[in-house]
Design a protein around this ligand. Sequence first.
Ligand code: PEP
Ligand code: CO
Length: 462
Amino acid sequence: MIAIPDADGTAPTTLTDPQSTVDVTTWRQYPALQQPTWPDQAKVEAVASELAILPPLVFAGEMDNLTARLAAASRGEAFVLQGGDCAETFADSTANRIRNKIKTILQMAIVLTYGASTPVVKMGRLAGQFAKPRSSNDETRDGVTLPAYRGDAVNGFEFTAESRVPDPARLLKMYHTSSATLNLLRAFTTGGFADLRLVHDWNKGFVANPANAQYESLAREVDRAIRFMDAVGANFEEMRTVEFYSSHEALLLEYEEALTRIDSRTGDPYDCSGHFLWIGERTRQLDGAHVEFLSKVKNPIGVKLGPTTTPEIALEFVKTLNPENIPGRLTFITRMGAGTIRDVLPGLVKAVTDAGANVVWITDPMHGNTITSSNGYKTRHFDDVMDEVRGFFEVHRDLGTVPGGLHIELTGDDVTECLGGAGEIDDAGLEARYETLVDPRLNHQQSLELAFLVAEMLESRN
Ligand code: PEP
Ligand code: CO
């Protein structure tokens, strides 16, 4: 029995506390895909016991607020922006890099808020996105085969036998790095850095670039709206702070279980490693450990749905993960590919809608559009990304349903990992600053460009 503090960070309780009737360890009886081959399982359990007595990273009340915000998004009364790295790394969890990412998401959010005429729910792939599923367990280079890199939570990227051995001590480092990231996030979003006027000023810099001239009129409209609010004496004090939530793929179940705490108000378990947790395309087996674990915790959760998803499978997720049909509890993040979304998404949305199920629909236009460039880089074309987003809006418009948000892999830095955009990055251009260890991210400029284009699509949602 592990003694653990409450989800709200107060009095100690236990996993088998009489208040809680939910057993969050049952996932251990189901097959768990994409888990590291730890050399010493006893060390993993020792680390888990250590994690289990550390303070929660996020709190039950915050997660309930997020569930309410997501419920609003499912009704078209808010729009979700979820963005960040494919894989966070310990080395890049610096103040500057984290600040740039937050800044980019805030800049995108202001444009989307204007387009949607609703609040934007801001969520980072941040403060916990350190573990990755891989298509192969091993990687071979020049005849040498080593375990694949599974994210900084598991092993090192460097291609040496020593660095690639899964090391459970990295789970502790993941916790502490997430904690430091959240600390900075909370400071930035409440300390004046997120002031609407400041964020808007940054966007002025973006449209001043001649390459982005087409977005100037929309930027001018936002400018007028802000000056209008100022003129009528709108309370800018309230606009100096924003709600900003953390999210990651709940992949390493020992870590997720160890961060689970019982809420003293209700006796419900919450996974306090991050506000919103999702199940990836590769681990969403209905009879698998990931679905079992997330069915037990009260966080708002998501499931990635790829092109092979059938309406029947979607309905099974609804039944298993949200049996009480709580609005905001379940988000479907579709990642179909630009050439497929218009064919596959309508059947899913129709089945879920006809069943009366409460679901938030979010588009991930990244993971179905990955290609290899002529010079060997894993990349995505900005036009394919935009085409999938456009398809997502078209499908929902045709069905009269709600396009609830965006899920984007992005960074606040000027990397060159995705093709196209106003900067017209081509195959050769990828070489300049290709830094990602896993999937290619939109850079700062491409992210803002996407936000301006989506804002125009959102105007037609109103
Ligand atoms: C990811 O979000 O980085 C990812 C691996 O996505 P998916 O599960 O959709 O492939
Ligand atoms: Co990715």
